[in-house]
Design a protein around this ligand. Structure first.
Ligand code: PMP
Length: 355
């Protein structure tokens, strides 16, 4: 605390991301990155850009990238906004659509950035308690005063809400914005992007960090009615009219175009996820039905924090949240098959010797 800090800074509690340890021998299963590298076409595109263009500003409108994203989702460029990772896109969305004095709603167990942004932008919020099985109590999101935001699938629970539930929330908030954070949607049944033409109150936020293996490049995007996109562009231009750098634009364009590589990577991750889920269940874990690139699991005879600590000692980093109601769960990112075999080897050693 410092006397020069504004009230905003004083009430801000920064988001604490999962640990980033530099040790290359550590198997990192704690921040839901993709274990596979991006498409080789991404690296080629970035190298070409590096060779020629770094002295020039990037496109302020990022039209070409927005076009590529729009085409992939059967939309037009005017339905798409891009930013430096979906965290930035979410921050701009809070600024553009939520207001002080009008409480917004999000799930009590959800992405921990939402309360951080709400406090930062002075937006009151109501945290909606999830059902006992961690599904979303859809009706509790109806008739919100200030708008709604939730991840689908939810994080850290990995649980997916069917589109019928999404539609119910949209229909019952006709004058409020509903932001769906689809960070993990490519590992799930279906995106709500097809609803954009029908619901002017729908904003979808996605990222290239997970399914496209580009966490290091920081590319996220929003999709919605052009009126909503215009609001985001206004906010962006007030901060930095360029937003994405040349390398990110080039890499993201190449990534969105390489659908074969994308589909292949998703299939591999989902295949491993199903295998990991079955293995965890065999060891007595309760595993929530995952539609993401991670699983959320607890064991009635084991303290999650102890498992987390012992795994860490053994060079495997998973995520444990010290939050009541989920503090006996572990979130484990799906790595390569080899990563997960190592994970089970270490887990079995702990479970067989520590007890
Ligand atoms: N939303 C959710 C639910 C997430 O888990 C994450 C990743 N931590 C993000 C958004 C942000 O992703 P990025 O900024 O890398 O696009």
């Amino acid at each position: 605390m410092n006397k020069f800090w504004s009230e905003t800074v004083q009430r801000t509690e920064p988001y604490v991301p999962g640990e980033q340890l530099d040790d290359p021998t550590i198997i990192k299963l704690n921040t839901n990155e993709n274990p596979y590298p991006p498409s080789p076409k991404v690296t080629d595109a970035i190298s070409r850009e590096l060779d020629h263009k770094l002295n020039l500003y990037p496109s302020p409108t990022t039209d070409q990238l927005r076009n590529e994203i729009a085409t992939y989702h059967n939309l037009s460029k005017d339905h798409v906004f891009v930013g430096n990772g979906s965290d930035e896109v979410l921050a701009f969305s809070f600024m553009a659509f939520f207001e002080p004095g009008k409480p917004i709603r999000f799930p009590a167990i959800s992405y921990s950035f939402y309360p951080v942004y709400a406090k930062l932008f002075n937006i009151p919020y109501e945290e909606i308690i999830l059902n006992r099985d961690f599904t979303l109590p859809v009706e509790d999101f109806f008739q919100s005063e200030g708008g709604v935001i939730f991840p689908n699938p939810n994080a850290p629970t990995s649980v997916y809400l069917e589109l019928s539930g999404v539609i119910d929330i949209l229909e019952n908030n006709p004058n409020q914005i509903v932001i769906i954070d689809e960070a993990y949607i490519d590992f799930a049944t279906e995106s709500a992007a097809s609803l954009i033409h029908t619901y002017e109150n729908l904003l979808i936020v996605q990222t290239m960090s997970k399914s496209r293996s580009l966490a290091g490049l920081r590319v996220g995007f929003a999709m919605g009615n052009p009126n909503l996109i215009e609001a985001l562009i206004r906010i962006k231009d007030s901060f930095n009219s360029y937003t994405l750098d040349r390398l990110a634009i080039a890499g993201a364009e190449a990534a969105i175009k390489d659908t074969d590589y994308f589909t292949d990577t998703i299939e591999k991750v989902i295949h491993t996820r199903e295998w990991v889920t079955a293995e965890m269940k065999q060891r007595g874990f309760h595993v929530l039905p995952s539609q993401t690139n991670f699983i959320f699991a607890c064991h009635y005879n084991w303290i999650a924090e102890d498992l987390y600590t012992n795994l860490k000692k053994d060079g495997i980093l998973v995520r444990h949240f010290k939050k009541p109601s989920i503090d006996n769960y572990l979130r484990v990112t799906i790595g390569t098959d080899e990563n997960m075999e190592d994970f089970f080897k270490k887990l079995d050693k702990i479970m067989n010797t520590t007890k």
